[in-house]
Design a protein around this ligand. Structure first.
Ligand code: SAM
Ligand code: SF4
Length: 459
């Protein structure tokens, strides 16, 4: 969500004549887009803002702005805490950014704009520079959240749940596809409730419209709330061949007592039942989840139930967090807080258990051929390890199940490569690590019997 918002901010600033620079000291304007979901993210934001003091001293004309959830939460308080800050703008103020910046340029004043509306005008992405589009893009389909999980700050800093108009979503995706994008990830805090409040299309109807976009190869989405995850969406995985074979279904805890106090509105039995139904229909589907350890009052027995649920589901991947108190979130006032050392101990146990499943799922793919959209040259271009052919380029992409796959192909000059970003490549997996897979590109051929064979690409 924040990546998408940062892009929107960049688009709005480009429209007012600002260009991006990779060098902070060259900038005339610095905007920090912040997250406050956990205390650590907020601390990082303040520490970065603090470091900008020296730059502002050297360059008094520099405009420094802070947006996103920390801005929404703290408002004018940040101006007091950060004397060199010029602008605080909230999560619904992105569209007003050009006007706010112009005012600061003209009057050298300090501004706070964190006003929120019950029915915000949802900003539609007016794409900026198609040359910089990657193969895969995020597309926000809804903003805010109405679920009020007791640990979560989102409803307070992002406002009420609001869905974007489906025509605008489809128009935006078509524009991206015309610019070379092959895969989109539809974003919302609870995509299952897309359009319900506004009486728009349902989420699965929206998926069908996105599926019909010519040239788009893959669709992903996040996040699905287990309480609203239903048979319609399970059927969509079967019917919609562009929909990737992966679902992120955050469970948060395996204890009913904790789930109730989290206000998640499902039980572990309901969650497990939905997972079973999903796997009955889509046996190959990858399931990932979020888990919070150390929620107030979480006993050893509650934590054991979380481990038991993990053993039953065997998630493909897990994002695990230590609970942290957040402003306005009701759980902040809950008693029986768990100590930091106990949270950290539980997190370690949980991560170690998860590592075994992540590795197991990856190892199971060795020998299989996976369709990958080549996304680009891997950031970690390694030198001579892992059977790297001389001068070969290290490519990266993801399986339909969202596992990272690296492979070597072509050479650095690009002269012998028939792979390019956006190309669908069949990769035979030959190595599995904890968080990635390695393979070799192969060509799939039809044989006389109509069966599919394979041969290696000329690299
Ligand atoms: N809407 C999604 C859902 O319902 O699962 C989650 C969105 S939230 C931005 C991402 C994750 O952050 C949550 O799933 C939760 O695991 C974690 N999280 C949120 N608030 C937290 C807190 N106060 N302490 C620790 N983790 C938290
Ligand atoms: Fe936060 Fe719960 Fe909404 Fe997810 S569903 S954003 S965890 S309140």
């Amino acid at each position: 969500m924040n990546v998408y918002d940062s892009e929107l901010i960049a688009i709005r600033l480009a429209a007012t004549g600002y260009q991006q620079t990779p060098r902070l000291e060259k900038a005339d304007l610095v905007i920090l887009n912040t997250c406050t979901i956990r205390a650590k993210a907020e601390q990082k934001a303040f520490s970065f803002l603090g470091r900008l003091a020296r730059l502002k001293k050297k360059k008094p004309g520099l405009i420094v702005g802070v947006g996103g959830c920390v801005a929404q939460q703290e408002g004018a308080e940040i101006l007091k805490r950060v004397p060199h800050l010029d602008l605080v703008f909230g999560t619904q103020a992105i569209d007003r950014l050009p006007a706010l910046i112009s005012k600061i340029e003209a009057k050298r004043c300090r501004i706070v704009d964190v006003s929120m509306s019950e029915n915000p005008d949802l900003v539609d992405a007016a794409p900026a520079d198609p040359d910089h589009y990657a193969v895969s893009r995020f597309v926000t389909i809804m903003r805010g959240c109405d679920n009020f999980c007791t640990y979560c700050v989102v409803p307070y800093v992002r406002g009420r749940e609001t869905s974007r108009d489906p025509d605008n979503i489809v128009k935006e995706i078509k524009f991206f596809v015309d610019s070379g994008v092959k895969e989109v990830t539809l974003l919302g805090q609870n995509v299952n409730s897309y359009g319900k409040k506004e009486g728009l299309l349902s989420f699965t109807e929206l998926l069908a419209r996105v599926q019909a976009i010519e040239g788009l190869l893959r669709i992903r989405f996040t996040t699905s709330h287990p309480k609203d995850f239903d048979q319609d969406l399970i059927d969509a995985f079967q019917e919609n061949d562009k929909l990737c074979n992966h679902i992120h279904l955050p469970v948060q805890s395996g204890s009913n007592q904790v789930l109730k106090r989290m206000n998640r509105k499902y039980t572990k039995e309901l969650y497990l039942d939905k997972v079973t139904k999903l796997r009955d229909t889509c046996p190959e589907i990858a399931i990932t989840s979020d888990m919070i350890v150390g929620f107030p009052g979480e006993s050893d027995a509650d934590f054991d139930e979380t481990l038991a649920l993990m053993k039953k589901v065997e998630f493909d991947g897990l994002f695990a967090f230590m609970y942290s108190d957040r402003p306005n979130a009701p759980a902040t006032r809950f008693k029986a807080k768990i100590s930091e050392s106990q949270k950290s101990e539980r997190l370690q146990i949980l991560l170690e258990l998860q590592e075994t499943y992540t590795k197991k799922k990856n190892v199971a793919l060795i020998g299989s051929i996976q369709p990958i959209i080549a996304e680009g040259i891997s950031k970690k271009q390694s030198s001579g390890s892992l059977d790297q052919p001389d001068q070969a380029v290290q490519w990266t992409g993801r399986t339909s199940t969202n596992k990272i796959v690296n492979f070597y192909h072509g050479d650095i000059s690009g002269s012998s490569s028939n792979i390019f970003p956006g190309k669908m490549v069949q990769v035979k997996i030959d190595k599995a690590y904890a968080h990635s897979l390695w393979g070799k590109p192969v060509e799939i051929e039809s044989t006389a019997e109509g069966l599919k064979g394979e041969k290696s690409y000329a690299a």
